[in-house]
Design a binder for this molecule. Sequence first.
Ligand SMILES: C[S@@+](CC[C@H](N)C(=O)[O-])C[C@H]1O[C@@H](n2cnc3c(N)ncnc32)[C@H](O)[C@@H]1O
Length: 240
Amino acid sequence: MSAGSQGELVPGWLLNEADAAGRENLDPGHVARYDLKEDARAEEEVELCESLGLGPLSTVVEFGSGTGQFTIAVAPKCKRIVAVDVSPLMLDRLRSKVANGAIANVVPVQAGFLTYRHEGDPADFVYSRYALHHLPDFWKAVALDRIHGILRPSGVFRLWDVVFNFDPADVAERIGSWCSSGGSTIEEEWSRAELEEHVRDEHSTFTWVLEPMAQRCGFDVEAAEFSDDGISAKYVLRRK
Ligand SMILES: C[S@@+](CC[C@H](N)C(=O)[O-])C[C@H]1O[C@@H](n2cnc3c(N)ncnc32)[C@H](O)[C@@H]1O
């Protein structure tokens, strides 16, 4: 056993989420340029959550909050938003936005899907965009079970991630085509090398692996939207 970031005892068999967090998320240069190269469509995502019942009394937990695009956008619309991330650099960026905006209801927590300990009211919404793929599939299932435990009954888990919606036989063509769409620089776009690194070193899975996993962990797949290239998926998962 060792001590976790929230003071809990962590068993020796648990995945070290900081080690699996993605090289770039611990790179100060990447964190500094992140908002220039990635638009998380936070306003649209907040509107979607509002259409699903998010309101001024809602408790929200975001996993992998990064620089806080969604957290900052949802804060005025909810009671409390807990922003959970394993990267201290990402959390520092979020904290500076929170301080600059004098936002009172954001609670930044350095932890991960597998270690965050929820306190207070059960969550009405859990949000995660482009973070769950950092966990191998075994750990994704553990994370989904933990998210189920954080949510109130009928609560919503909005998940948007790189999830492959095609067959293994099509991997070379689809992944090759996606990597070819990458740019040549890392300043304001995702480069080919970064997309290749994503596929090679991270843990994006197939839609037909992830969906039964979510169901097994007590979620209904209420909505699923796939990008035309089969590279990303957006889900509304509702806790049974
Ligand atoms: C690609 S960024 C996405 C940031 C933000 N959600 C967005 O959509 O712009 C992935 C984030 O997930 C965080 N992350 C990686 N593994 C994680 C884990 N196991 N638990 C929580 N956060 C994690 C990284 O540190 C990083 O901030």
